[in-house]
Write a protein that binds this ligand. Structure first.
Ligand code: TYD
Ligand code: MG
Length: 458
């Protein structure tokens, strides 16, 4: 009789399953992430995979027969977070909060839970990572906790499910899906099959009982523990917490949202008393900007629905060795190379013998093409060693022929710059006719990189 295989190889990055081991995952191309794990028994997963409980026979319906009332939303008590979620939390939804260990995921969820409890919601916080004493110590830093906020230290999902079905909380938090396990699967907690099965159990609870569930997932480095990407496709909303260890602000970014737009970001600052909202990130990002320095320019980028002013820094120096060195921190390295090639070919600036280091001040990461013009001008400013005036903001996409192309939401960007006291804005010429220019700011439209260089450096 043929032997039935009971193990398979899973990619701990993306969850790709294969019967053979490989050094590189064929799906996400990550190296050394394939690990051998027992496969989940078919019977355990089949029932759990249904998002809604079985109610009678299956029958298709017309959309117009579906009740039109919009989904019930309630506030998280934090304006930044509400915006990222698309206007509050939707009852019965599943939200995945991913991020590096120690970035502040437990802290922000504890704060949200406190707000929910204040608003009369019944909240259950399930921690598989910390003891009740540790949670209490953290809670004391954040401030007073409501009575309606209950805690449970448990990792067995079958027990957790029992508690949830009996207690019926409105909101539940699972502090790290990687510590949870279901007895149906023999693999260790944190393995791909275990993480998937655990999420299935939670999905059933969320949709069946109408409980809003927040799942914390650590972004992992070594590949032995499954990362949050494995469950991205199962949840309604995916938020990632970004930030550097040595800067105090954190950015919460919506990567997927079934109930709102993606690309929305929320900015927070880590303080002694937990996370605090930063309502005006532009001011925060431009704090301590150098005055009269060459190579530093201010760009305006739009994330989701809100413009943010950023300082872009470039340092261009002659190469000491044969091959020029380039680095880009906070933006796409290839994009920087492309922009330098445009400068070389279209503006005849000989950059091939120059090292270039590009950086977005403050450690923030942005990939919007509207920052191209500012990146190019920062490089030129450093190359010529002539500062661009502090009162200037730039935005615009640069094309391969050296043209400056229009970008979306130009008026928002100009308004944000005017609000922060900037008096000159260099933007794509094609945008200028479409916008209403606010008072106190002079808008200069340019159609090519050379024109922008003439405008800024004479
Ligand atoms: P934590 O929420 O435990 O991170 P995660 O759950 O993502 O692993 O955050 C831990 C870090 O936050 C830790 O380095 C201490 C810091 N912190 C503060 O600076 N202020 C505070 O009020 C709290 C609660 C934590
Ligand atoms: Mg934690």
């Amino acid at each position: 009789m043929a032997k039935i295989r009971s193990t398979a190889f899973f990619c701990s990055e993306c969850g790709y399953e294969s019967s053979k081991w490989a050094g590189q995952c064929p799906a996400c191309h990550a190296w050394n992430t394939m690990v051998e794990e027992p496969t989940a028994p078919k019977t355990a997963g089949a029932g759990a995979r249904r998002a809604t409980p079985l109610r009678g026979a299956a029958a298709p319906v017309c959309l117009k027969d579906v009740p039109a009332d919009s989904e019930e939303r309630f506030t998280t008590g934090s304006e930044e977070l509400d915006r990222v979620l698309g206007g509050g939390t939707v009852a019965g939804s599943m939200v995945l909060v991913g991020g590096d260990p120690g970035i502040g995921k437990s802290t922000i969820l504890l704060q949200i839970c406190r707000n929910y409890a204040k608003n009369g919601k019944k909240v259950l916080y399930i921690s598989g990572e910390e003891s009740l004493r540790q949670i209490r110590m953290r809670a004391e830093r954040i401030g007073e906790m409501e009575d309606d906020l209950r805690f449970l230290c448990e990792t067995n999902l079958d027990l957790i499910r029992g508690v949830m079905e009996k207690d019926r909380p409105d909101v539940a938090v699972i502090d790290s899906i990687q510590t949870m396990f279901s007895e149906n699967v023999s693999a260790a907690p944190g393995s791909v099959s275990q993480v998937r099965e655990s999420t299935n159990v939670l999905l059933q609870l969320a949709k069946g009982e109408g409980i809003t569930i927040f799942i914390i997932g650590h972004v992992t480095k070594d590949g032995q523990v499954a990362g949050p990407r494995v469950l991205e496709h199962m949840v309604d909303t995916v938020l990632y917490f970004e930030g550097e260890k040595n800067v105090s602000y954190r950015i919460l970014r919506a990567v997927k949202n079934r109930f709102g737009s993606t690309n929305e970001i929320g900015v927070f600052e880590m303080t002694e008393q937990g996370l605090r909202e930063v309502p005006n990130p532009s001011e925060y990002m431009l704090e301590g900007r150098p005055v009269g320095a060459s190579g530093a320019v201010v760009a305006c980028s739009v994330e989701g629905s809100r413009p943010i002013l950023l300082e872009i820094q470039a340092l261009v120096t002659e190469t000491a060795f044969g091959i020029a060195r380039r680095t880009a921190a906070g933006m796409d390295f290839n994009r920087v190379n492309l922009l330098m090639a445009v400068l070389e070919k279209r503006c005849r600036i000989p950059l091939s013998h120059y090292d270039a280091y590009i950086n977005i001040a403050g450690g923030i990461r942005m990939n919007e093409p509207a920052m191209d013009l500012a990146v190019v001008m920062a490089i030129v400013s450093s190359y010529k060693d002539i500062p661009v005036g502090e009162e200037t903001v730039l935005f615009g996409e640069v094309g391969l022929s050296g043209e400056v192309r229009s970008v979306s939401m130009a008026e928002y960007r100009v308004r944000e710059a005017a609000k922060l006291g900037f008096t000159r804005c260099v933007l794509p010429g094609s945008c200028i006719s479409r916008i209403h220019i606010p008072e106190g700011i002079r808008c200069v439209g340019v159609s090519s990189v050379s024109e922008a260089i003439r405008e800024l450096f004479g």
